[in-house]
Design a protein around this ligand. Structure first.
Ligand code: ASP
Length: 356
């Protein structure tokens, strides 16, 4: 009898160990949400301001400086939050706010125009500690859509809200509402006029031909951020105006969890930018995380495979930024350039625009 009890306890013990081996991530999630510092206290942050046909020969030194300054300002906001023991979610939100408020990027102020001459904004955010997520699509009056995405995640039973309902929720949550005119910028209006002057492609139903004139000289300009905090929690977020000349309340990848944004403490946090239809079809952000989770592939290799092989073969263009649970960073794109920056726990800053 005694032997049987010992044997049973042994089996139970082994069983538990096995389970915790499989569930390392889960254990980490539980402790991290209690804000227990990870032993290494490693943290880091990475951002993008869109990918596309960004060529040095088309850039003035003034423009280049302006982009770099804004990227630096944004990433330093997030880095300071992380350094002072703030959460990755807070860092992602506040960093994206800086980029949303700048007319340089296609998010918030400076968003591109729809075919109807309006601005319809999309955003999403994800908390890698519990796989909670929030997203909004097609909002026209919310100054900072990433804040609304976070409200959806934290203060609603839903993951994704759209249009008028999302705006009503924004008002109820006391977020800053602006006149749609706030989003107007002359540059983006000119871009819309230029695209509209081009003759319709005979096969305007296919994504390739519909976006043909836009893609050729496109600078996507969406903004995104992924961060790892001192508690081992990863978060990621993305905010955009979508694609110039979009019609019929088109929604891109940016507010789609798994395509435009994904975060999981066990793997990584990802934010995408590029031709949204392809990022949705390729489930780009989740695909990178899945490769790490199921195959043990490194972040660098997973990001390379998904962008340079899978997305490219599909016909999509764009890129991603990502950070893993150790603070390793990936910035992968198949376009001429991608506005991007990183900062690690030592405060080392890198800023890039073109392919190096
Ligand atoms: N991915 C965005 C979209 O398709 C565009 C962008 O990245 O600029 O809506």
């Amino acid at each position: 009898m005694q032997k049987a009890i010992i044997f049973l306890s042994l089996i139970l013990f082994i069983g538990c160990k096995e389970k915790s081996k499989e569930g390392i991530e889960v254990a980490a999630i539980e402790t991290s949400s209690e804000k227990v510092k990870n032993p290494s206290e490693s943290f880091g942050i990475v951002i993008h301001g869109g990918a596309g046909t960004i060529l040095k020969e088309n850039m003035t030194p003034e423009k280049e400086t302006a982009y770099k300054k804004k990227l630096e300002e944004a990433i330093k906001i997030g880095h300071t939050i992380l350094k002072n023991g703030g959460t990755s979610l807070e860092a992602v939100e506040k960093t994206i706010n800086v980029l949303e408020d700048s007319p340089l990027f296609n998010a918030g102020k400076g968003a591109v125009f729809t075919n109807a001459g309006t601005n319809e904004l999309d955003a999403s955010i994800m908390d890698g500690s519990n796989l909670n997520a929030g997203a909004v699509a097609g909002v026209k009056t919310v100054k900072n859509p990433i804040n609304l995405a976070k409200e959806v995640m934290v203060n609603s039973p839903h993951v994704m809200l759209s249009g008028a309902g999302a705006e009503q929720f924004a008002t109820e949550r006391g977020l800053e509402i602006v006149d749609p005119k706030y989003f107007y910028t002359e540059n983006r209006m000119k871009a819309l006029e230029k695209v509209k002057k081009k003759p319709d492609h005979p096969d305007a139903k296919s994504a390739t031909s519909f976006y043909d004139p836009i893609i050729k000289d496109s600078k996507f300009g969406t903004v995104g951020c992924a961060a790892l905090d001192k508690y081992g929690n990863i978060a990621a977020g993305t905010s955009t105006g979508g694609m110039t000349n979009k019609k019929w309340n088109r929604i891109g990848d940016s507010p789609i969890i798994g395509s435009g944004t994904y975060a999981n403490n066990a793997t990584c946090g990802v934010s995408s930018t590029g031709w949204g239809e392809y990022f949705i079809r390729g489930q780009v952000a989740y695909d990178i995380s899945a490769m790490m989770e199921y195959k043990g592939i490194s972040l660098q290799n997973a990001a390379k495979e998904v962008i340079q092989n899978k997305l490219t073969k599909l016909g999509g263009t764009g890129g991603i930024i990502a950070i893993d649970h150790k603070g390793n960073v990936a910035m992968e794109f198949n376009t001429a350039g991608m506005y991007r920056a990183t900062m690690n726990a030592d405060g080392e800053l890198t800023i890039g625009i073109y392919k190096e």
